[in-house]
Write a protein that binds this ligand. Structure first.
Ligand SMILES: C[S@@+](CC[C@H](N)C(=O)[O-])C[C@H]1O[C@@H](n2cnc3c(N)ncnc32)[C@H](O)[C@@H]1O
Length: 201
């Protein structure tokens, strides 16, 4: 779906994915789980929407880039979480536009972390390999990909579902080493079949 379609959804208020807070399983994992990656580090949140996870990471002490190709999303994130806050910046760009990322200083091996929440299920499934290749390219060796993945089995989308076993294979094929991949705990009531995963480059 094009950026303009996402803009329209934000404008119409038909952005039914909005939780109004960081996804509970990600928040609990990052704040309390001994297996969670630790700051400092430079972290990208692709498809950040209103930026709740980006702001959470900044609160935890990371240097965060919230990226979204929807200008409406970025404007809402700025209003909610500030446009001039230390450790948190917003970037309106397409995740797959390598030149735009490079121009913003997001180049190969320049990140310690990527946090995924409902961007992977929003893009066309045909772009998933490109998403994983991009994340791997941008991460420094040892860098992490933490994600909450929507593993519903409904045939249509967005949000497009994932099969847990297949997703684990796709990540391995993209060069990621799995540290954690399990059904998420404490998902928001409107979210079924979420899985939480942590991988290293
Ligand atoms: C379902 S929304 C989720 C937003 C946010 N992650 C959340 O959970 O509230 C998906 C977001 O991904 C953004 N997006 C989709 N494809 C993108 C791309 N190729 N590059 C950057 N952002 C993208 C959309 O504009 C939208 O804001």
């Amino acid at each position: 779906m094009a950026a303009s379609n996402w803009d329209q959804r934000y404008r119409e208020g038909s952005d039914r994915w909005e939780l109004g807070r960081p996804a509970p399983p990600l928040q609990a994992f990052l704040r309390t789980d001994s297996r969670a990656p630790q700051p400092p580090g430079r972290v990208l949140v692709p498809g950040c929407g209103r930026g709740h996870e980006a702001a959470l990471l900044a609160d935890l002490g990371y240097e965060v880039i919230g990226l979204d190709f929807s200008s409406e999303a970025i404007q809402r994130a700025q209003v909610l979480h500030g446009s001039d806050r230390a450790g948190l910046r917003w970037l309106q760009a397409d995740l797959f536009d390598e030149a735009a990322l490079e121009a913003a200083g997001i180049s190969a091996a320049s990140l310690q972390g990527v946090l995924e929440h409902t961007c992977f299920c929003a893009i066309d499934p045909a772009q998933r390999e490109a998403y994983l290749d991009t994340a791997r390219r941008l991460l420094a060796p040892g860098g992490w990909l933490l994600g909450l993945f929507w593993c519903h089995q409904r045939p249509d989308g967005p949000p497009w579902g994932s099969a847990p076993a297949l997703l684990a294979q796709q990540l391995a094929a993209a060069g990621f080493r799995q540290e954690l991949w399990e059904p998420a705990q404490g998902s928001a009531p409107e979210r079924d079949h979420e899985w939480l995963g942590l991988w290293r480059r």
